[in-house]
Design a protein around this ligand. Structure first.
Ligand SMILES: O=C(O)CCCC[C@@H]1SC[C@@H]2NC(=O)N[C@@H]21
Length: 195
């Protein structure tokens, strides 16, 4: 019984290390949305495509792993809905719903939820596991973003991949590697128990 109790109290994700419960969770959800909103302002346009290189993917992956599935998904839902409602925190300070990259932002919700779940299962405790977790999250963003791009621009799948995936693979791989260095190191720094 004592062991089971101790196991329950062990932090499942980094966000659990902060004290409090409801207020903490609300702050983490709002913080995750704002974090992605700030990361969206790091946007580099590429010639020949309406899709920019942005810091969002990295922020979404980190928020997912650090907050766990429920809070991370909620944070990304707040980001999506507030942005659609007029908060200017999509790339380059934009908002609304009439832009071709909205599919990626919809994908952020699912990606954060899945990355959060994998992190709760220990998927951010070692660099190798973190790479796997972040790759899954990245694939989910593309799985939402590329078909949306197809529909929004009226192009076929090959063209949508050309415009919305191929130019970003190297940069997104770097973000995955960066997360794979950061998250296990953060766990090590906290000294929290391993799983
Ligand atoms: O307009 C937006 O707010 C969303 C931009 C989405 C950019 C996508 S996310 C996956 C890929 N990696 C990048 O760095 N940029 C694209």
């Amino acid at each position: 019984m004592a062991t089971a109790h101790a196991t329950q109290r062990r932090p499942a994700v980094l966000g659990d290390l902060l004290p409090g419960s409801l207020a903490r969770d609300a702050a983490l959800v709002a913080g995750a949305a704002a974090f992605v909103g700030v990361a969206a302002q790091i946007a580099v346009p590429l010639p020949g495509t309406p899709v920019p290189v942005t810091g969002q993917t990295f922020a979404v992956l980190l928020a997912g792993a650090a907050l766990g599935t429920g809070r991370a998904a909620l944070g990304m839902l707040v980001y999506l809905l507030a942005g659609m409602a007029g908060v200017p925190w999509f790339t380059d300070g934009t908002s609304g719903a009439g832009f071709p990259t909205l599919g990626y932002v919809i994908g952020f919700v699912a990606a954060a939820a899945v990355v959060g779940r994998l992190a709760q299962l220990g998927g951010d405790r070692t660099p190798l596991r973190t790479i796997g977790t972040m790759l899954v999250g990245t694939v989910i963003m593309y799985a939402a973003g590329v078909p949306y791009l197809m529909a929004a621009l009226g192009v076929d799948l090959a063209k949508a991949i050309d415009l919305g995936m191929t130019p970003f693979l190297a940069g997104d791989a770097l973000k995955v590697l960066l997360a794979a260095g950061l998250l296990p190191a953060a766990w090590k720094l906290t000294g929290a128990a391993r799983r």
